[in-house]
Design a protein. Sequence first.
Length: 257
Amino acid sequence: MNKTGIVLSGGGVRGFAHLGLLKLLDEIGLKPYAISGTSAGAIAGAMYLAGHSPEAILGILKQNAYFGWSNLLWHKDGFFSMQPLLRSLQKHIPQNSFESLAARFFVTATDFTHGKQAVFSSGPLYEPVIAAASVPVVFAPVKIGDSLLVDGGLLNNFPIDPLLPICDQIIGSHVNKLPSGHNVMNPVGKMNILEKCFHMAIAGSVEAKFEHCAVLIEPDLSRFSMFDVKKAEEVFEAGYVAAAKVKGKLEKLMQPA
């Protein structure tokens, strides 16, 4: 049996597109051997491997303050707090461990203290997932051991690396495809400009990893902001439609090698 891995990029609300892919994979009966994710991809992957359906995760995350500005809580250090996300993980993933999940799971965060990426795959689950989603400047860093950790997308927004030695084939879901043209940001705002600058800066390192994917899902989500939670269902549908376009390729992955 082929060992299929799935890599889920970061992307804030755009990460709801990952759930559209997972819905299609459920429909065709493709179960992953392992999932690797960062930021929104880490949250989606953890919830999915804890046994929740993509549709249920959509509902759970729409209510989570992490994905929208309106209900965010201030942290004592002047950042926004990750407490709402922690409470959601505690409620929907009662066992705080990687080992409790249905498949191997890798979470990539950025070790801000030592200037390198940090990959977690065993032990306590909540803190690594929260760290992987802690967007710098916006959310407070998470202390694990002697390190302060922030969003994994800072150094590795497409964490395919842990899957390469253990999987026969990999499905990639990248939700930050760079648009081109004059009308790619409407409206143009400070956060939109900052967001696009970030993705332009890391585009080269991300795209270099695509060649390792047997199938790559990369919907055009440029019209959606990372924090526009009101568009969550549209993003989910866009991810599903993009995956459906390559359904035949995905089904071929299930055939014996």
